[in-house]
Design a protein around this ligand. Structure first.
Ligand code: UDP
Length: 317
């Protein structure tokens, strides 16, 4: 059962999930902040646990309009946990972000490090973690895992479900995919003067299917005792540079990616990646798919859906 206000998405992927899984996904088009209707949903469905993925995620937009981010991200989490509490559902997996760490002394992020987000988006994710930690401390019935995503990329291997950004993609993978398919002429590489092996920034790119499996593992392996809150890194455990990603995508697609080197993007860090040992120890989870596989799956999705989910309406799928 899925609740979404479709503010940055469409219901089409849910139809595809139903088709791929052979099991109908019940969908409620609803904003989580609409408490009375959300309560109705909880009363009419048998819910044991919640995976809370709802939220706005653009760092730049959060700097320009912090109230929108606090209202959407924190407000929806307060509303959701209010309804969960009143309906006696107290098992939650929350989608947090590596952004909570901010500038750190080491590029390898580990959960025991201090957190200091550098932008409003990161502040909202950390505020929600605090809310959930406080809730877990307040009652022996709450069990919560906050999953700190690194850079989610790739697509479902079927090629039927993938990332469909509105307008010009702000992130590396969808931008490269649109250059490869001919929708955009050239990739801009933001910064080649970082202290990294080739001068371009380094990130931990994790395949979305590995990420999805991390959520299942958290739900299945979370300790049964209450008063539980813990945060876990979900990443592959090493970094790749922007040039590494370009080369991997060229290999996966067989298409040359024209790019130009430009100034650093304000706010970007040089390099960071996950230490994912904690998720492995507690959940037995680790990422199985690499960068090459993420590029292949992204390319399959892009070729089959040149106009994203609109492609279905245009008959391309
Ligand atoms: N990047 C780039 N060109 C783009 C988009 C991103 O060079 O058009 C770089 C960006 O500077 C960062 C990396 O690719 O070093 C990943 O950026 P993305 O926006 O995908 O994720 P972020 O790490 O910012 O969360």
């Amino acid at each position: 059962m899925v609740v979404d206000n479709l503010s940055n998405s469409s219901a089409e992927p849910l139809d595809r999930v139903s088709r791929l899984s052979g099991s109908k996904v019940t969908f409620y088009e609803l904003d989580l902040r609409d408490i009375s209707n959300l309560r109705q949903v909880f009363r009419s469905e048998a819910i044991e646990a919640v995976v809370h993925l709802a939220g706005l995620k653009s760092v730049g937009e959060s700097v320009a309009d912090p109230i929108k981010y606090y209202d959407n991200n924190v407000g929806s989490s307060v509303a959701l946990t209010t309804v969960m509490s009143s309906c006696d559902v107290r098992t939650l997996v929350f989608s947090s972000s590596a952004t909570v760490y901010g500038q750190a002394d080491s590029p390898e992020y580990v959960e025991s490090m201090a957190v200091a987000p550098a932008n409003p988006y990161g502040h909202t994710k950390l505020t929600i973690e605090h809310l959930l930690q406080d809730l877990a401390g307040s009652s022996q019935h709450w069990r919560v895992c906050a999953l700190r995503y690194f850079n989610p990329v790739g697509a479902d291997e079927s090629g039927a479900i993938g990332e469909d950004p509105v307008g010009v993609p702000a992130n590396l993978f969808p931008y490269i995919a649109q250059v490869a398919i001919g929708k955009r002429r050239c990739l801009t590489v933001f910064g080649n003067d970082y202290a990294t092996r080739d001068g371009t920034a380094v990130r931990d790119y994790i395949h979305v299917s590995d990420l999805a499996e991390g959520h299942l593992a958290a739900l299945q392996k979370m300790p049964p005792e209450g008063n539980f809150f813990s945060a876990f890194n979900l990443g592959v455990g090493h970094g790749e540079s922007v040039l590494d990603v370009i080369r991997a995508f060229e290999q996966a697609s067989g298409v040359a990616i024209p790019y130009r080197l430009a100034a650093r993007r304000p706010g970007d860090l040089a390099a960071y990646w996950a230490n994912p040992a904690k998720a492995h120890e507690l959940f037995g989870w680790r990422a199985k798919r690499g960068l090459q596989r993420a590029c292949e799956d992204t390319w399959r999705w892009q070729v089959r859906n040149p106009d994203g989910y609109q492609s279905a309406a245009n008959g391309s799928v």
